[in-house]
Design a protein around this ligand. Structure first.
Ligand SMILES: [Zn+2]
Ligand SMILES: [Zn+2]
Length: 313
């Protein structure tokens, strides 16, 4: 049967779900599992296990495709973490197993590595806004601006870190017009990482929950006008940093880009993103999480260094 239950390690799955998996396999019979078949089986056998509210998490819009079905698993795990509902993660896991093992060899699944980008894509999907990733041409190749450094919001250059958060970075060269995250040392960035990730997750969760609760009305995406107000409401730490740099001549997107990337790179990013300003959203989520984590940490422990004043909120 084309849901290859015998390929699964059933011991890793809680008992009550074995019968669910068997019913799914029986429903498929000998048919090849297309996206349409998969979504039908998911609707008939998994959705009824969820409450009415939660079942919305398993809805996909338009034509079923593997890409859309693949987003269900992280969506459920994400909701499970933020709402403390184990069942959601379990259902997500069953979907993952079903997608993987309804083919042989198992279907590969890869997920966007950054929760804030994943959530942003979902919000774009709900709003019917095109999902794009901003690319930046540099001297050494094309950089995906959403492929973040693990310690900050800059694009990773190599090995998951940006130009500033490597051991080879010369701190003495950190000039005034560097991105805000370049003003702390690699050691400090490493110590900040866990809190940083927690703040990003919390902020992402809050934004997406409020967006849903508002009936998709909440301005979750960075708007084409009213940037300062949006920052004040949705990204307060970033807003105060932007305000500090503000002089009357520059527009707020210019200042935001300089705070986030430094002046030189910032200008290039403004150009690369152009009018699709909503693409700044996940970058601001990450920066806000970072600044909030920095602001929340104890002022002791050698944090008082050159440049750090800039980050005082
Ligand atoms: Zn950085
Ligand atoms: Zn970095």
């Amino acid at each position: 049967m084309p849901f290859h239950l015998d390929d699964l390690d059933l011991d890793s799955i809680p008992d009550p779900y074995h019968s669910v998996l068997r019913r799914m396999a029986a429903a498929v019979e000998d048919r090849a599992v297309t996206p349409a078949v998969a979504i039908k089986v998911i609707r008939e056998h998994l959705v009824p296990l969820l409450s009415d509210v939660d079942s919305a998490l398993v809805s996909i819009q338009g034509q079923p495709s593997w890409d859309k079905i693949r987003t269900l698993y992280p969506a459920l795990v994400f909701a499970s973490e933020s709402q403390q509902k184990q069942l959601l993660a379990a259902i997500g896991r069953l979907i993952e197993l079903f997608v993987r093992h309804s083919d042989r060899p198992p279907r590969e699944i890869d997920f966007p590595p950054f929760i804030e980008v994943f959530s942003f894509n979902r919000v774009c999907g709900y709003l019917g806004v095109p999902i794009a990733k901003p690319l930046l041409e540099t001297n050494d190749g094309t950089r995906d601006l959403y492929r973040f450094c693990k310690y900050c919001w800059l694009p990773a250059r190599r090995k998951d870190v940006c130009a500033f958060h490597t051991t080879s970075f010369d701190e003495a060269s950190a000039a005034r017009s560097q991105p805000a995250c370049a003003h702390i040392s690699l050691k400090q960035a490493q110590r900040l990482r866990t809190a940083f990730e927690q703040h990003v997750l919390a902020l992402t969760t809050r934004d997406e929950m409020e967006f849903h609760q508002s009936g998709f009305d909440l301005p979750a995406l960075l708007p084409p006008s009213g940037l300062s107000h949006w920052l004040d409401v949705r990204r307060p730490h970033l807003a105060s940093l932007v305000r500090k740099q503000a002089d009357t001549s520059a527009n707020s997107l210019r200042i935001l880009s300089a705070v986030l990337y430094g002046e030189e790179l910032g200008a290039k990013v403004v150009e690369a993103i152009g009018g699709a300003v909503y693409l700044w959203t996940p970058i601001t989520t990450r920066a806000e999480g970072w600044l909030a984590a920095w602001a929340a940490k104890s002022p002791r422990g050698g944090a008082r260094r050159r440049g750090i004043k800039l980050l005082e909120v």
